[in-house]
Design a binder for this molecule. Structure first.
Ligand code: MG
Ligand code: MG
Length: 272
């Protein structure tokens, strides 16, 4: 069942979204050569606790993971793209790090992800991240009343292909609000003008991710970390978006240089 949110409920999700956006911006500024992934995880745990927020990841136990998740961040490095387990790893020059987090505040959830490069970037990695950000923008632009769910999927898939990447549809976006994963599923590719009608009050996480040279994935033995099947690098960008009568509203906007949506040009200019 799909639960449409009232404007007041969307405002409450926006409160959570603001915190998620701020913390992700903070974490991506902190990520640098020589920083241990566990420092990022512990920083996030502290900030979440101080804010009185609740991690949606802690104790999360879907069918594919082995044992409940015991972290508040997903940190996926290089060929890891989704559900990366924070572990004792010191970031190296040129690493591509994807940070993903979802928390609830007073019962309302927001979910967002950003990919960054630490140290000297490989231009091919910059292009990969850019593709996920442009795909996210395109997906958000299609999230308007009167449209269909397939419009969002088609917009994301088209950007991926335009950049020359394959598009995997096993993992994609999702509804969210009271919990992290609600209906509908929002695939990263599909057919325009198909699927459910988009109505004001629908709140979804839109999250394109691409691998440099494959659309296939493999899982680590722990069942969590998802990697590109061929070991090529990967990137992931995500925002929580509310469809309103006036169009899409991003609830997890980020301050600063990793704002992602709408800030891409400034961002690439700053890093190139
Ligand atoms: Mg996420
Ligand atoms: Mg998500």
């Amino acid at each position: 069942m799909i639960e449409l949110k009232s404007p007041a409920e969307i405002e409450r999700m926006a409160v959570t979204g603001q915190f998620v956006g701020e913390l992700l911006a903070e974490l991506s500024e902190t990520a640098a050569v020589g920083v241990n992934l566990m420092d990022l995880e512990h920083h996030a745990r502290r900030r979440i606790k101080e804010r009185g927020a609740e991690s949606c990841y802690w104790d999360y136990a879907p069918s594919f993971g082995r044992g409940p998740f015991r972290n508040v961040l997903c940190l996926s490095v290089n060929d890891a793209v989704l559900h990366g387990l924070p572990h004792d790893y010191v970031l190296r020059d040129g690493d591509l790090l994807s940070l993903d987090m979802a928390v609830g505040i007073d019962g309302w959830v927001a979910d967002s992800a950003v990919s960054v490069i630490v140290g000297n970037p490989d231009p091919a990695d910059q292009k990969l991240i850019e593709a996920t950000e442009v795909a996210l923008e395109a997906g958000i632009a299609a999230a308007r009343p009167g449209g269909r769910l397939g419009d969002i999927s088609a917009a994301i898939g088209a950007v991926g292909r335009r950049y020359g990447y394959g598009v995997n549809v096993e993992f994609g976006g999702h509804g969210l609000g009271r919990t992290m994963h609600e209906a509908p599923h929002v695939p990263n590719d599909g057919r325009a003008r198909r699927g459910m009608k988009l109505e004001p009050g629908l709140t979804i996480a839109i999250e394109p991710w691409f691998c440099r040279s494959t659309d296939k994935i493999r899982f680590d033995a722990d069942g969590w970390t998802i990697r590109s099947a061929d070991g090529s690098r990967t990137a992931h960008s995500e925002h929580t978006v509310a469809i309103t009568a006036g169009g899409p509203r991003i609830l997890t906007g980020r301050p600063g240089r990793n704002a992602g949506h709408g800030d891409r040009t400034a961002d690439s200019a700053a890093t190139s």
